[in-house]
Design a binder for this molecule. Structure first.
Ligand code: UDP
Length: 338
């Protein structure tokens, strides 16, 4: 049961991949949460029994009702569509949901006088970087509608702080990966497009091979380099950001990554090692819109939030992903979710 006198944290998108891992850690820290999720992407089972209102942020009346009923003291905002390819073919869906939905949320925060928010942003706001590792001060020039929706929200947040004193921390994730080491929740996207879960699916025999999207990049082994960061380390950063805002910290943005890059070939090797399966791979053309290398300059989150990622190797991240996928070969559907 939730205590009506204790301040609540409203978590939008709390039944999604990163949202659910953050909710679990918030609750372990004794925080009362209320999840707002339309369950189009999220899974009810991922909420682990936390109170959940099934609604979309576009439904302004519903959002207002949630603020009136639960009187949250802060918001952690994940709810968004996040497929880069789909954002190119259906930008209306992305601008409507990610930008308009957030505007509704911010307007209701103002009305309810809730003045701090942690925002789920992305390294996709940088576009193709001029330098790697990428510092937060790097120009933000997103190259797809998804990245532009996230940048627009960062800009809205800047203006809402300036005009109304709504303080926020934007967390720019690099490549979220892995799953809850206790095995209760994990990664289940439909369709799956991300490298690490696809590698697990090949190891499980659900796919014949992994396609390497481009082997002629200007990188050490010709394949793309990414900074894979464990989802629980991301979750931890949200808790630290929330605590910083509660102590009065000003608005800011932080990169969340390990600061180390790994190539697609290195990820395949690591998956072979962790799963003990051969994992056939074939070289394919580049995927449009993939920058050659994305690695976080991660010093600001360490210095200012006191954040240190616990999972420092790709193998240790893959081990948690592999144990989730092995136990849940069809994702959450196995548990009879409606
Ligand atoms: N990738 C790949 N084959 C796949 C899926 C992804 O070679 O089947 C590559 C992709 O080009 C990128 C890296 O793996 O360089 C990580 O891709 P993912 O989709 O996981 O995350 P993104 O970097 O797009 O956020």
């Amino acid at each position: 049961m939730t205590d009506p006198k204790r301040p609540m944290v409203l978590v939008t998108g709390g039944a999604g991949y990163i949202g659910s891992h953050t909710c679990k850690i918030l609750r372990q820290r004794g925080r009362d949460i209320i999840i707002l999720d339309d369950l189009r992407i999220g899974h009810r089972a991922a909420a682990l029994g936390a109170p959940l209102i099934q609604a979309n942020l576009i439904d302004r009346e519903k959002v207002q009702e949630v603020f009136e009923k639960y009187q949250p003291s802060a918001v952690v905002h994940f709810a968004a569509y996040a497929y880069v390819g789909e954002s190119v073919t259906d930008p209306e869906k992305y601008y409507f949901n990610n930008v308009m939905g957030t505007l509704n949320l911010l307007a209701e925060m103002r009305r309810a006088e809730v003045d701090h928010l942690v925002f789920s942003s992305t390294c996709a706001t940088y576009g193709t970087p001029d330098e790697v590792p990428i510092p937060e001060s790097h120009p933000q020039r997103p190259i797809n509608p998804y990245g532009r929706t996230k940048l627009m929200v960062e800009q809205m947040l800047h203006d809402f702080d300036h005009a109304y004193g709504l303080r926020s921390i934007s967390l720019r994730y690099f490549n979220a990966a892995g799953s809850d080491p206790e095995g209760e929740i994990g990664e289940d996207h439909q369709p799956e497009t991300h490298l690490l879960p696809l590698l697990c699916q090949v190891a499980l025999g659900q796919r014949e091979q992994i396609d390497i999207y481009g082997s002629d990049y200007d990188t050490p082994d010709g394949t793309c380099v990414r900074d894979y960061i464990h989802v629980n380390d991301l979750a931890e950063a949200h808790v630290l950001a929330l605590e910083a805002l509660e102590r009065g910290a000003g608005s800011n943005a932080y990169n969340l990554g390990t600061g180390r890059g790994q190539s697609v070939r290195e990820a395949i090797e690591a998956a072979r090692h962790v799963t003990g399966h051969a994992i056939p791979a074939r070289e394919c053309p580049r995927r449009p819109g993939d920058p050659p290398a994305l690695v976080a300059g991660a010093a600001r989150a360490r210095d200012e939030l006191g954040w240190t990622p616990k999972y420092q190797s790709l193998e240790s991240i893959l081990e948690t992903a592999w144990s989730w996928h092995r136990a849940h070969p069809s994702g959450y559907d196995e548990e009879g979710e409606s």
